[in-house]
Ligand binder design. Structure first.
Ligand code: AP5
Ligand code: MG
Length: 214
C-alpha cells in the first residue's frame, strides 16, 4: 500500500503516519525528519535546509525531489510506504506521479488530516520532539511518562525551532499557498480521503483504518 499524508503543519500527519506504519508494517518516510537528521549530523544538505526551515519556508524542490525519489527506490519500499510531508508542492506531486507511472505504479490513498488554523498554533507550542529517536509528544495531549524524557529511548525532549508561534504562522501561510492545491490535485485522481484531525488521536486513527481496511 502506498499512502501520502496531507495536512497543515501540526495537523497530526506525523502522529498518524507513525501509527499507520506500525499497524500496516510500512516504512514511514518523513521529509521533515530526514532534513532534521541532516541538520543534526551537520551535512551540506542539512545546512542548506536549515536556512529555509528556520524561516518557515519550504526547502527548494531541487533539493527535495531527488532525495525522496532516491529513498523510494530502496528495497524496503518495494511493498509500499507512507510518505509524510511529501509532496507539498505541485511540482513535487507531478514528479511523484511521473516516477510511479514509469514503474507502472500508482498511489493508493492521499489521507488529508484536516485541522482549522486556529487550533494549530496552540497545538504546536505544546509539541516536544525527542532529540534521540524523533518521537513526538504533546505536553497536554500526549505527555511522556517522565517530564522532558522520551519513553522510547530516554533522550531529552526539545521544542522545535520552527514551532515558535511567529514561525508557525508563516508555515501556515506557506501551506495555504503551496500545499493546499494538492487537495484538488489528489481529488481529481480520486484517491483523496479527508479525516477530521480535531478528534482525539485514537479516533482519528480509527477513521483512517476504516479507510485503509483492517
Ligand atoms: P515537517 O516536519 O513535515 O513539518 P510540518 O508539515 O510543518 O508538520 P509537522 O511535523 O509540524 O506537523 P504534523 O502534521 O506532523 O503534526 P504532529 O503529528 O507532529 O516539515 C518541517 C519543515 O521541513 C517544513 O516547514 C519545510 O521547511 C521542510 N520540508 C519538509 N518536507 C518538505 C518538502 N516536501 N518540501 C519542501 N520543504 C519540506 O502533531 C503536532 C502536535 O500535535 C504534536 O505535539 C502531537 O502530539 C499533537 N497532536 C497530534 N494529533 C493530535 C490530536 N488528534 N489531538 C491533539 N493533539 C494532537
Ligand atoms: Mg511531522
Amino acid at each position: 500500500m502506498k499512502i501520502i499524508m496531507l495536512g497543515a503543519p501540526g495537523a497530526g500527519k506525523g502522529t498518524q503516519a507513525e501509527m499507520i506504519a506500525e499497524k500496516y508494517d510500512l516504512p514511514h518516510i518523513s521529509t521533515g525528519d530526514i532534513f532534521r537528521a541532516n541538520i543534526k549530523a551537520g551535512t551540506e544538505l542539512g545546512n542548506k535546509a536549515k536556512a529555509y526551515m528556520d524561516k518557515g519556508q519550504l526547502v527548494p524542490d531541487s533539493l527535495t525531489i531527488d532525495l525522496v525519489m532516491d529513498r523510494l527506490s530502496q528495497p524496503d519500499c518495494d511493498g509500499g510506504y507512507i510518505l509524510d510531508g511529501f509532496p507539498r508542492t505541485i511540482p513535487q506531486a507531478v514528479s511523484l506521479t511521473k516516477a510511479l507511472r514509469d514503474r507502472g505504479e500508482t498511489l493508493d490513498y492521499a489521507i488529508n488530516v484536516h485541522v482549522p488554523d486556529e487550533r494549530i498554533v496552540s497545538r504546536m507550542s505544546g509539541r516536544r520532539a525527542c532529540s534521540g529517536c524523533g518521537q513526538t509528544y504533546h505536553m497536554v495531549f500526549a505527555p511522556p511518562k517522565t517530564e522532558g524524557i522520551c519513553n522510547k529511548c530516554g533522550s531529552e525532549l526539545f521544542l522545535r525551532d520552527d514551532d515558535k508561534p511567529e514561525t508557525v504562522k508563516k508555515r501556515l501561510a506557506v501551506y495555504h499557498n503551496q500545499t493546499q492545491p494538492l487537495i484538488e490535485y489528489y481529488g481529481k485522481q480520486r484517491i483523496l480521503r479527508t479525516v477530521d484531525g480535531t478528534k482525539d488521536m485514537e479516533d482519528v486513527f480509527q477513521d483512517i483504518t476504516n479507510i485503509l481496511g483492517a
